[in-house]
Design a protein around this ligand. Structure first.
Ligand code: PLP
Length: 429
């Protein structure tokens, strides 16, 4: 494959944009090499500026459940753009998308639109703090909720201790209000609440984390988190920015029958445009300005193009059984990948949920961040580059989730499995 144009584009981008990218994982830093610069996409495929074609399993990191440029969404965006791109005044489309979301995710009585998942989780934390009058929050190690200060924190030594900032620039005082606990470890959570329950405003969790690769909750874990938060008067925030409409139509909360106080959504609800939302129980949401005192606002929040895309995407999804269809395709793919890895004798743990999956290069079960981090990153690199050169575009990190859309057809899946046979054989060498 030729990559000369992407190489030149990357070099130029690095002169003007830090690291050449507007979000770090895109730079391929953890796998090395030059990221293809994308010129367009259609269905399951993307094309780079060197003229290469790839079957895409990044799907914009989740939003593109119907693949690239689905007619229903594109037509809706075009029609909205003809009328006006932003007003700073209410539109009926905002209520329409809010109603759709509340219908699809029954734990949400009311919803506020924002522009990114980061904004959604940041606002949800403020709301939980405002509602409970408490300052501390708990997050699980390895869960990503966006890049704002309170949540850019992973483990202090020993896990359930005062937070340590993950990035310079996060004030220590802010990080200190974030307590981190290993995922799937109920006793650790119980211990923190027993010691500091009265300070804790909320637990925020990805119910089915996708940001350490896809990790699944142990039986009873999510129910346990719900019970503990209730017991101590803390709110439970389900961050379903990734898992919403991916793990199942009603998100992971519907799969595991969890009733959170607040839910954060993003990705799929924007149909590929920048939309996210937070919402939940009416009594709590009534705290949000101007209904209540907790301030949160946005010049472009509820943007008409984004609302049109979101309404079109969710309506099409619901009427065409998209989540189940994408899940079936994903199951075929992961079944094939499992066989291909076994044939090459490469130990992997393949996790799938709905239309999401991760291939961990690991010979032991992956249940939390530490076990995910023990994966063979060198093996992942070989696999990743072999797949890329065979025209299969995967997320460039072991700690990301792959996404299948309904635009992936059986031929795409078979090509991917065939490519993986070669890639696993290279890993085994
Ligand atoms: N929450 C989760 C679970 C995510 O996966 C992400 C992004 O990947 C975010 C929040 C942040 O969303 P955004 O990148 O739109 O700010």
């Amino acid at each position: 494959m030729e990559h000369t144009k992407s190489q030149a584009a990357f070099e130029e981008a690095r002169q003007y944009i830090p690291g050449g990218v507007n979000s770090p994982v895109r730079s391929f830093r953890s796998v090395g090499g030059v990221p293809p610069f994308i010129s367009g996409g259609k269905g399951s495929k993307i094309y780079d500026i060197d003229g290469n074609e790839y079957i895409d399993y990044v799907m914009s990191y989740g939003p593109l459940l119907m693949g690239h440029v689905p007619d229903c969404v594109t037509d809706a965006i075009k029609a909205a753009a003809e009328k006006g791109t932003s007003y700073g005044a209410p539109t009926v489309a905002e209520t329409e998308l809010a109603k759709l979301i509340c219908y699809l995710v029954p734990s949400m009585d009311m919803v506020r639109m924002v522009n990114s998942g980061t904004e959604a989780t940041m606002s949800a934390l403020r709301l939980a703090r405002a509602y409970t009058g408490r300052d501390c929050i708990i997050k699980f190690i390895g869960c990503y909720h966006g890049h704002h200060d309170s949540l850019l924190v992973k483990a202090g030594s020993g896990g359930a201790t005062f937070g340590v900032p993950d990035s310079p620039g996060v004030p220590k005082a802010v990080a200190a209000t974030t307590i981190t606990v290993p995922f799937n470890d109920l006793p650790a959570l119980e211990k923190v609440f027993a010691e500091r329950g009265e300070e804790i405003a909320c637990v925020i969790m990805e119910p089915t984390p996708g940001n350490m690769g896809l990790v699944l909750p142990h039986e009873g874990f999510l129910e346990g988190v719900r019970a503990i938060t209730k017991k101590y008067g803390a709110l439970l925030i389900c961050d379903e920015v990734m898992s919403g409409f991916r793990s199942a139509q009603g998100g992971s909360q519907s799969l595991y029958d969890i009733d959170p106080d607040i839910t954060c959504l993003g990705k799929v609800i924007g149909g590929g445009l920048p939309v996210a939302a937070y919402g939940g129980k009416r009594e709590i949401m009534q705290m949000v300005s101007p209904a209540g005192p907790m301030y949160q606002a946005g010049t472009l929040s509820g943007n008409p193009l984004a609302m049109a895309a979101g309404i079109a995407a969710l309506t099409y999804m619901e009427q065409n059984d998209v989540c189940n269809r994408a899940e079936s395709l994903c199951a075929i793919l992961t079944g094939g990948l499992e066989k291909a890895a076994a044939k090459a004798g490469v130990p992997v743990q393949i996790h799938r949920l709905g239309s999401m999956f991760t291939v961990f290069f690991n010979n032991k079960p992956v249940t939390d961040f530490d076990s995910a981090a023990a994966s063979d990153l060198e093996a992942f690199k070989i696999y990743f580059h072999s797949m890329l050169e065979q025209g299969i575009y995967l997320p460039p990190s072991q700690f990301e989730t792959n996404f299948v859309s309904v635009a992936h057809n059986p031929e795409d899946l078979q090509k991917t499995i065939d490519a993986a046979e070669i890639a696993f054989a290279e890993v085994a060498k």
